[in-house]
Design a protein around this ligand. Structure first.
Ligand code: SF4
Length: 306
């Protein structure tokens, strides 16, 4: 197998693109504090520029996330621009499906499902389980994209996971993603109430074995960061773009290596490759270190944009 030499890679293979922070749900665990759009979300002109870069650099895969991407005014445009060039994945809450035809262009559609009926409303702050249930049926009927049910594990739903899995099996959803709780954004203030401990996660891992012949399971862990954790601005083969155009090494770390309004993704990526390894303690002062988990502040790291 050929070993990947990052110096030979001129552009990330894979982009996670938050196309808006606007959301029609109010999840108590939302790591992104989504709800209202951010102040300076990208204009159509900047969005077109990002699409041009993605296409000309032959990116393999783009994950379209939010907020809720399906309520973004740019969703159809982005899908139409990228559909013939890139493998597309959509991360949605599934509340609002306006046009299933355009969704045929996606390889995977991941729909959040943290509970059923009243448990759904308790986790998501909106009473939309009937709409999501009906939309899941429509999505399964599209026959094309792989439909994935995505469950964020919190203390509120641990005892209900079997019921959610059985609901998925009954509704012909064959792929379930279980994500560990992320103590960022709104989740930060709810950490004590919501975060499962290691034993509780282990019980869920044991539970899903019971269903392993019926569904494919994916487990998303959350790295435990502290002020000595190291950050490499470019240490993988992917990057994130925020709805305001910040180019970020990771959606969970409030560090930007430039903004697409000022710099091309290619330039930021290649500048970042030559940068040194940083720790949180080298880039954050004490006050900011305390705030890191609140994700309230985005730090611009000009070192990588020179
Ligand atoms: S978790 Fe997803 S659906 Fe819920 S508020 Fe955040 S962005 Fe919206």
């Amino acid at each position: 197998m050929k070993k990947l030499n990052l110096n030979e890679v001129q552009f990330p293979f894979f982009l996670v693109w938050e196309i808006t922070n606007k959301c029609n749900s109010k999840c108590i665990h939302c790591y992104n504090n989504s709800g209202l759009p951010r102040k300076q979300e990208l204009s159509r002109e900047s969005i077109a520029k990002v699409c041009d870069e993605i296409i000309s650099n032959k990116v393999l895969r783009v994950d379209v996330i939010g907020g809720e991407p399906l309520i973004s005014e740019h969703f159809d445009y982005i899908t139409d621009r990228l559909k013939n060039f890139v493998s597309l994945t959509l991360i949605t809450n599934g509340i609002c499906l306006k046009n299933t035809k355009i969704l045929r262009n996606y390889s995977q559609i991941q729909v959040s499902l943290d509970g059923l009926s009243a448990d759904y409303s308790a986790a998501r702050g909106v009473n939309k389980f009937p709409a999501v249930k009906s939309n899941l049926k429509k999505l399964i009927a599209i026959k094309g994209p792989e439909i994935i049910a995505s469950i964020t594990l919190t203390k509120l739903n641990l005892s209900k996971i079997s019921k959610i899995i059985e609901f998925c099996i009954e509704n012909k959803i064959k792929h379930i993603k279980l994500s560990e709780f992320i103590p960022l954004g709104r989740g930060y203030s709810q950490k004590q109430r919501l975060e499962p401990d290691a034993k509780e996660y282990a019980k869920i891992k044991a539970l899903i074995k019971k269903y392993s012949g019926k569904c494919r399971f994916e487990w998303e862990s959350v790295p435990k960061l502290n002020s000595n954790s190291q950050i490499m601005p470019i240490n993988k083969n992917w990057l994130c773009i925020s709805s305001e155009g910040e180019i970020m090494p990771d959606p969970f770390i409030p560090l930007s290596i430039g903004n697409v309004k000022d710099i091309s993704i290619e330039k930021a990526w290649n500048a970042g490759k030559n940068s040194k390894r940083l720790t949180f303690s080298t880039i954050l002062n004490n006050e900011e270190k305390d705030k890191i988990l609140s994700f309230n502040k985005l730090l611009r790291c000009d070192l990588f944009t020179k």
